[in-house]
Design a protein around this ligand. Structure first.
Ligand SMILES: *Cc1c(COP(=O)(O)O)cnc(C)c1O
Length: 348
């Protein structure tokens, strides 16, 4: 049922991509005089005078070992935010097409739609923050290109019911994007395993959260080879810089450290939940599959400002629909969490 040629923008289908020096000569040579680089080096301890690998093969090869997905099914971007933008630019005709978002959810799906002049259809999550599959189905028309799903969801923290996501994958002839930025903290298994099952699935992950590399900007998308080929054609030629590629590759050798942090974060999260539940200004704590907790309070603005005065910054989500009174609190180090709880215990 899914046919990429039916949803691709015509200008992208016909696009001849930029061909870089690194695309035109791929072998090893002793003298490179093809890219107008500075042949002497860089005024730094490490040389960055050469353009980076446009397709980031070394990083993809390592990711492929960790994720069990062939490199040809991996797209790397300057953060997942770049992957989001590239999906809009590849598949959504400005002023014509629409996408579905399911608020409360990650804000970039909406901002990126607005930047690309793509109409948004909002289908709120149910009261227990699950997908309203019938309402989503009712909002699909022939111009609907993408359904954005975040699981575990930001800012609510819960995972979406797997069967609901599969219903959408099986019945929608556009793309279903499952953003798994927080998957390392989740009890649910990744949708990466379903890539061979559903040709319209795009799974997004990132090195910004559990991997501790937000400052390097490394986002991943996993999808069929034909979708990845389109994304590679549309992306800027050198979208991931050499320092980020080299450091990401180095970090990806250190799986054990990351797994230890994940375990500790989950322990700390469970402790925080128990401690927060004791405060009389806490009305509800939503079950979290992520490294943050959404906490419904009697006075989100008051508590937020009080914490700011004490040098602690959380995210005030009270203005977000279905999140009235809610603060989103990231799990910190044990010391930071103690400081948070001590400070909150003095809140009147
Ligand atoms: C943090 C986050 C991202 C990560 O974006 P990057 O650009 O890779 O840093 C993506 N999606 C969601 C839902 C997030 O919360």
């Amino acid at each position: 049922m899914f046919d990429i040629n039916k949803i691709l923008r015509p200008n992208i289908k016909n696009l001849t991509p930029y061909s870089s020096a690194r695309d035109e000569f791929k072998g090893e040579a002793s003298v490179y005089l093809d890219a107008n680089e500075n042949a002497y080096g860089s005024p730094l301890g490490t040389n960055y005078n050469r353009y980076p690998d446009p397709l980031q093969y070394a990083v993809k090869k390592r990711l492929s070992e960790i994720k069990g997905v062939p490199p040809r099914n991996i797209f790397l971007g300057n953060g997942s935010d770049e992957a989001i933008d590239i999906l809009y630019r590849s598949f959504c005709n400005p002023g014509v097409d629409n996408v579905i978002i399911v608020p409360p959810t990650y804000g970039m799906y909406e901002v990126s739609a607005n930047i690309n002049d793509v109409a948004l259809r909002r289908v709120p999550l149910t009261e227990d923050y699950q997908l309203d599959v019938d309402a989503i189905a009712g909002n699909i028309d022939e111009h609907t290109k993408i359904i954005w799903i975040c699981s575990p969801n930001n800012p609510t923290g819960n995972s979406m019911e797997r069967a609901d996501v599969e219903t959408l994958l099986a019945n929608f002839s556009g793309l279903v994007v499952v953003d798994e930025a927080y998957i390392n903290f989740s009890r649910q298994k990744s949708f990466i395993q379903e890539l061979t099952e559903y040709s319209n699935l795009v799974v997004m992950q990132t090195l910004s959260k559990a991997w501790g590399l937000a400052g390097l900007r490394v986002g991943m998308a996993f999808a069929s080879e034909e979708i990845i080929e389109v994304m590679n054609k549309v992306k800027p030629p050198y979208n991931m810089n050499e320092a980020s590629q080299a450091l990401a590759l180095e970090a990806l050798q250190n799986v054990t450290q990351v797994n230890d942090w994940i375990k500790e974060t989950l322990t700390e999260r469970d402790k925080l939940v128990l401690q927060l539940a004791k405060f009389n200004f806490v009305l509800d704590i939503y079950p979290s599959d992520a490294n943050f907790i959404l906490v419904k309070t009697t006075d989100a603005n008051g508590i937020y400002n009080y914490l700011v005065q004490n040098g602690i910054i959380v995210r005030n989500r009270t203005k977000v629909e279905l999140c009235e009174g809610a603060l989103r609190i990231t799990v910190g180090t044990p010391d930071e969490n103690v400081k948070l709880i001590e400070t909150l215990s003095k809140y009147e």
